[in-house]
Design a protein around this ligand. Structure first.
Ligand code: SAH
Length: 339
């Protein structure tokens, strides 16, 4: 087990379980997340014997950064995990701060047709520490703080729910990475039971839904998950989420030429989300090896945008980052594999 797996509460419990006191969690969190120690021998205020016990059970090992590719305002990190698997994370510099796009699984089973990351089937879930360390290590490589986190890298976060929630608790904890809940966004393709569970958590995290279609026919053809949780199930679930949490939901909508970008689609989308406290993030499609999909023209993107605006839907067009170094949405792959 790895020490970066433990939430503050779990670490307190651990110290109690081994017959010690819970305030040691406070001390150890300080060493791990403020002082950023790399070895237990650096801990000076916890007895040698006790810290020895911790070190026998929890390794303090980090991931390996295999490479960092840099472009204007964006870095892409390739990490190697203990079992030799690889994952990627992306750092984006915004005027409001540094944001990191974190991966949640090795591979992905959701099979969205347009997505490059999903071409490799899920190998396994990431452990909590493997998500925490993506951010911690990027902060250290940069020598700067990360202020925003989006769980939008490789994998479906709600298919790795428990580890995801512990990860969020650690990065959000004031003694942990202290990233504000409102600065954390989880993106899902729409796993309804997990959205319901998420609604019941008292966390002010942002929820984003990969929608990508205004009706079942189109969505079925793009996203197999829609056959399990079609729109007539997903949308009411989100309405319940909005009511329970008083929050806003973001819909991500990739514009694919000739597939989901017509004016009719825009009107249909406006009616679908009418009355919901939401905003729609239009995503220009990033090229992948799949030649079936093409980015909509800028003219059509603007038309689509205008129709939503006219219907009084909050809408933005996603700023593009990192397509030159294949670090853009949907371009992350867990390994440099044959294409
Ligand atoms: N599985 C989660 C997290 C991945 S998020 C989810 O589905 O939300 C990655 C976001 O990028 C999703 O909205 C995904 O649909 C989108 N995406 C995938 N491939 C893309 C591409 N080639 N161009 C632009 N966006 C893409």
């Amino acid at each position: 087990m790895n020490i970066y797996d433990l939430t503050y509460e779990k670490m307190e419990e651990y110290f109690l379980e081994i017959g010690s006191r819970k305030f040691h969690a406070n001390q150890l969190f300080e060493w791990l997340y403020s002082k950023r120690i790399k070895d237990y021998s650096e801990v000076t205020n916890i007895k040698k014997e006790l810290i020895g016990k911790v070190s026998n059970e929890y390794s303090i090992d980090r991931l390996k950064i295999v490479s960092v590719e840099k472009d204007v305002d964006v870095n892409k990190y390739l990490f190697e995990l203990d079992d030799g698997e690889h994952i990627e994370a992306v750092l984006m510099r915004h005027d409001y701060g540094n944001s990191v796009c974190v991966s949640s699984q090795v591979g992905c089973n959701m099979g969205c047709r347009f997505c490059e990351s999903g071409r490799r089937k899920k190998v396994r879930n990431l452990e909590t520490y493997e998500m925490v360390l993506q951010i911690l290590m990027i902060e250290e490589e940069l020598g700067e703080r990360v202020s925003h986190v989006v769980v939008m890298g490789i994998g479906e976060p709600f298919d790795n729910y428990d580890n995801l929630i512990d990860f969020i608790k650690i990065i959000n904890h004031p003694k942990g990475l202290a990233i504000g809940a409102r600065h954390i966004t989880v993106s899902t393709c729409g796993i309804v039971p997990k959205i319901e569970e998420f609604s019941r958590l008292d966390l002010q995290i942002n929820l984003a839904i990969s929608l990508h279609a205004p009706n079942n026919e189109i969505r079925n053809s793009l996203m197999p998950i829609n056959k399990v949780y079609p729109l007539e199930v997903l949308i009411p679930c989100l309405k319940k989420y909005l009511k329970a949490t008083n929050r806003r939901v973001t819909f991500e909508y990739i514009l694919l030429e000739g597939i989901n970008d017509s004016n009719e689609c825009a009107s249909e989308l406006a009616s679908l989300v009418k009355g919901m406290n939401c905003y729609i993030n239009l995503i220009p499609y990033n090229a992948t090896n799949n030649l079936k999909f093409m980015r909509s023209s800028t003219v059509q993107i603007m038309r689509f945008y205008d129709i939503l605006k006219k219907n009084r839907i909050n809408v933005t067009i996603r700023r593009e980052f990192g397509s030159k170094i294949s670090a853009a949405c949907g371009q992350l792959r867990s390994k440099k594999e044959d294409l």
